[in-house]
Design a protein around this ligand. Structure first.
Ligand code: SF4
Ligand code: SF4
Length: 421
């Protein structure tokens, strides 16, 4: 990865959310690449302004998607975060970032095992109780941000992890998929994973859910902690290898983008590197897989149901998946009503809405303002985006609700008798 690839053309500027919000060159991809280049030459040049400019990057990869020189700005900033976290300059990073690093080991207890995930699920359910919700917002650390997150949670949080879903076996089917359940998807959005398994079975794919899989590690990677991400990557690779599956199906865009880059976590001499390459080549986001499956077409349109699609950064920019979501929703009988800049970041960006609440809020307000008034649903194939957009819609008392496209497609098939309850 090289900053020297940048030819300073500026083609990336208008796609960068932080540049479009602030108008500052230092908050643009070109400015960040320049900063990184200078810091590589002389690390002592780092001051709080430079650290802020780099930390403000959402890692949304919008710049990478348009850059003619293929400068991997998001990756470069991510690598800088990991290095600076270990350096004498770590004090220059935003306070919330440092707090995240401090609590990330205990967070492993939650996201690192099914038992921890069950506790996380219970806490999420508890936070929906009105008394508990208002008490939580009085906790000193990030009260407003916590309030925003609980507002975005679905009204009903499932009682069981999606990984315990009993998938009906189809051993005569040619393709076997490992369903990667994730952490937030396994708990808060467990129903989406269950609906995914149903749609895969309807599309003649055999589904297996290995119990020894772990969180993808994306949040830790974005937070500059590749060691934890690497530890979980090993577990996921082993789970896939022993599952007998030929593909890994993922329901969260942030996770699929991370899993598709597992090889980068391991050095050339690491025995896991080859295994990681095999693993990442098998990863497919559900939104890219569904159009390829022999799923039925719903001839009768879903009367009056209009949907707008938000394209998560890690789906549109990192994986180049955009039209597929619309194709599937239309096949299920829905009408699409496009929003402006559907692939502009909503401000969720992993832990960004916690570490950079002001910028995240500005991006969220812009996103909500672009949602067409007449739609009932906003389809978003990433849990962070669903949470963020849902909280923005609720805060403004707007009627549309954010939902994963899989849930909308499942509902249409279920209503038309293609799926049982
Ligand atoms: S990062 Fe890419 S698009 Fe942006 S100025 Fe450099 S070469 Fe041009
Ligand atoms: S990754 Fe996103 S926020 Fe960061 S420089 Fe690129 S476009 Fe801007």
């Amino acid at each position: 990865m090289d900053t020297g690839q940048c030819v300073h053309c500026g083609l990336c500027l208008s796609s960068c959310p932080t540049y479009m919000t602030t108008g500052l060159e230092s908050e643009s991809p070109r400015g960040r690449v320049f900063l990184l280049e200078r810091l590589r030459e002389d690390p002592s040049l780092l001051n709080s302004h430079a650290a802020k400019a780099l930390d403000d990057c959402l890692d949304c990869r919008a710049c990478e998607a348009v850059c003619p020189s293929h400068v991997p700005t998001g990756h470069l900033v991510e690598a800088w975060r990991a290095e600076s976290a270990k350096s004498e300059f770590s004090d220059l990073q935003p306070e919330a970032f440092r707090i995240f690093r401090t609590v990330s080991r205990p967070l492993q207890l939650f996201f690192g095992s099914p038992k921890g995930l069950r506790w996380f699920q219970r806490l999420a359910r508890l936070s929906k109780k009105p008394m508990v919700g208002s008490w939580l917002t009085r906790i000193k650390w990030i009260p407003q941000r916590l309030e925003g997150l609980t507002l975005g949670l679905p009204d009903t949080i499932p009682r069981h992890l999606s990984r315990v879903y009993h998938v009906k076996g189809h051993s005569n089917l040619s393709q076997r998929a490992m369903l990667f359940v994730g952490c937030v998807m396994d708990t808060v959005y467990a129903d989406t994973n269950r609906h995914t398994a149903d749609l895969l079975s309807l599309g003649k794919v055999d589904v297996i859910i290995p119990q020894n899989q772990r969180c993808c590690g994306a949040l830790h990677m974005h937070g500059g902690q590749p060691d934890i991400a690497r530890e979980w990557a090993r577990k996921n690779i082993e789970a896939f290898e022993t599952s007998g599956a030929s593909i890994v199906v993922v329901t969260a865009a942030g996770c699929s983008a991370m899993l598709k880059e597992y090889q980068e976590l391991f050095g050339p001499s690491d025995p896991f590197r080859v295994r990681a390459e095999r693993f990442q080549n098998a990863v497919v986001d559900i939104t890219a897989l569904l159009p390829e499956l022999p799923l039925p077409k719903v001839d009768k349109p879903q009367e009056q149901v209009q949907i707008s699609v938000h394209d998560p950064c890690h789906l549109a920019h990192a994986q180049g998946i955009k039209p597929e979501v619309r194709q599937m929703l239309q096949k299920a009988g829905y009408t699409i009503c496009e929003m402006t800049d559907s692939d502009r970041c909503c401000g969720a960006a992993g832990i960004y809405s916690l570490t950079h609440p002001e910028m995240a809020q500005q991006l969220l307000e812009r996103k909500v303002s672009t949602i067409p008034q007449q739609v009932q649903w906003v389809a978003a194939a990433n849990p962070g985006c669903i949470l963020q957009i849902q909280s923005g819609l609720k805060a403004q008392s707007q009627t549309p609700r954010a939902m994963h496209p899989v849930d909308l497609i499942w509902t249409a098939y279920q209503r038309h008798g293609f799926l049982s309850e």
